[in-house]
Design a protein around this ligand. Structure first.
Ligand code: GDG
Length: 483
């Protein structure tokens, strides 16, 4: 039987070591959920880093961890502290991440980080090569593993390789800044199918291939000398029914069944019936536009004093990459801005911003989506943004409004949201006013259309379409080779 293997930086389980005991904690992110749906059908393995550094484990712990992961059909790629430092924190998060999100001034070009990136990509490729059969399929994920497609193709050309990038692919003028641009492009071109969230990222990629490598491109096919490579847009969806049903469950709960979190939210809303809650959820990342969003909220309170006391921004910022300096500086800036705005517009009965710097359990996340009237999602760059889709899925009352940055991949699909330029504080302030005063029938009309679309193209459909395209590319390649 043909197998489909998955390769991603992280496994769908994180390993936790508690008092010498090993525990596997399942990941709940969109990638893990979507992949689990196709992964079961193909009998493959999942290859990735289990999340603990090799140097911190004893031999017994390693053996136990490997055995536990094997039961879950997971193959660990173990990384040392030095590798996580240079490959992950270094090249992935200080070079590719800022550059591909257009933060060119943050991108560092460090030869030692690059060397580690190549070596770790080789480790992942070797782990894959040790288990994949000649006719198997492999689906490689994201910017951590851009060199792996070529490394696998060179050794086992008959394997069908799919690659999906979860972040934007930047325009040629930005991509060309990378000292290792040729290596990265050639690495990716080892794949048979390359997927992006949007057509714009696909276009940028084609432009780089044409100008830097010189391959001919027809429609969405790259005509490489040895084979055809298919490139397409696959906008990632969410597990719509999971969010929708969890939220429906909240509608049906009796008073006794409600969580303390829900009760507190309800009490707060009941204190003043015309109170409006605005929700903001992201990882604490400079690409997410959090400082601009806060300034826009302050502008809104400044420009529309009649809404003070009535509008609260609930802001969940999940700690992320806090060992990297730019993230530490961002955290400081956000802390200060929240303090300043609360100090300026708050009083004994009113805190304009409720700020949570932590991650919350899934259930609380749904409770927030369920309770808030507006979702304010204004990244300065974002590959897709799943939070916007989750908010839509969790609106059981078919009301609610999304203010969405035009720089998020999701903006291409969510045309019924209020689209804004994330750098324009006044435009966002005006969008907040528009959202909280939008007539109920207009909210409903927009939300119904959004829900139909997101329900239809959910994460399972996304994964199935990607795998179907991997089948399709095989046929296209055999036609191409017999021309
Ligand atoms: C990358 C790309 C692209 C958030 N806080 C909590 C929590 N979350 C969950 C959300 C959502 C996910 O994390 C965040 O996904 P996003 O898409 O918004 O953003 P990134 O993490 O930057 O993801 C992005 C994505 O990959 C997929 O391709 O859309 O553009 O940057 O699912 O629900 N979950 C829990 N507690 C939290 O506090 N349980």
């Amino acid at each position: 039987m043909t197998k489909l293997h998955i390769l991603s930086n992280r496994l769908p389980f994180s390993v936790k070591k508690n008092d010498e005991k090993i525990e596997l904690i399942p990941s709940v992110g969109g990638l893990a959920t979507g992949m689990k749906s196709v992964y079961g059908q193909f009998e493959g393995s999942w290859i990735g880093w289990p999340g603990v550094e090799l140097d911190t484990c004893t031999t017994e712990q390693l053996l136990e961890m490997n055995a536990m992961l094997k039961e879950e059909k997971c193959i660990p790629v173990h990384l040392t502290h030095n590798e996580t430092l240079h490959y992950y924190e270094g090249f992935c998060n200080k070079t590719i991440w800022p550059l591909f999100h257009y933060f060119t001034q943050y991108a560092e070009y460090d030869a030692a980080d690059w060397e580690s990136y190549v070596n770790v990509n080789r480790k992942f490729a070797d782990a894959a090569l040790s288990i994949i059969g000649d006719d198997d399929y492999i689906w490689i994920h994201d910017y951590h593993l851009l060199l792996v497609p070529q490394m696998i193709k060179e050794t086992k050309p008959s394997v069908t390789i799919g690659f999906f990038l979860h972040i934007p692919f930047p325009s040629f003028e930005v991509f060309r800044l990378l000292p290792w641009r040729m290596e990265i492009l050639n690495g990716l071109l080892g794949a048979d199918l390359i997927g992006f969230h949007t057509f714009d990222y696909e276009r940028h990629f084609f432009s780089c291939v044409r100008r830097l490598i010189g391959y001919d491109i027809t429609l969405n096919h790259i005509n490489a000398p040895d084979r055809l490579i298919l490139v397409d847009a696959f906008p990632m969806g969410i597990d719509y029914m999971k969010f929708h049903e969890s939220s429906r469950h909240l509608d049906k709960q009796s008073e006794n069944e409600k969580s303390d979190f829900t009760k507190q939210l309800e009490d707060f809303i009941l204190q003043s019936p015309d109170r409006k809650l605005i929700l903001s959820i992201d990882r604490m990342d400079y690409t997410k536009g959090i400082p601009h969003r806060l300034k826009a909220f302050a502008n809104f309170l400044q420009n529309y004093p009649e809404y003070r006391q009535k509008v609260t921004l609930i802001m969940l910022a999940v700690p992320s990459r806090d060992e990297v300096e730019h993230y530490q500086l961002l955290k400081k800036e956000v802390d200060e801005l929240v303090g300043k705005i609360n100090g300026m517009f708050g009083d004994i009965n009113y805190t304009p911003i409720w700020y949570f710097y932590r991650s919350m359990p899934y259930q609380n996340l749904v409770e927030l989506y369920h309770a808030c009237d507006v979702a304010l999602i204004t990244p300065v760059r974002d590959g897709m943004n799943l939070v916007a889709k989750e908010y839509v899925a969790a609106r059981t009352g078919i009301d609610g409004c999304i203010i969405l940055s035009e720089m998020a991949g999701a903006a291409k699909e969510l045309g019924e949201a209020i689209l804004v330029n994330p750098n324009n504080d006044n435009e966002i302030a005006e969008a907040i006013r528009q959202a909280i005063s939008m007539p109920a029938d207009e909210q409903q009309e927009r939300m119904e259309r959004l829900q139909d679309r997101i329900k239809r193209y959910d994460v399972f459909k996304w994964a199935a379409e990607f795998v179907n395209s991997m089948h399709k590319v095989q046929h296209l390649q055999s036609e191409y080779n017999t021309r």
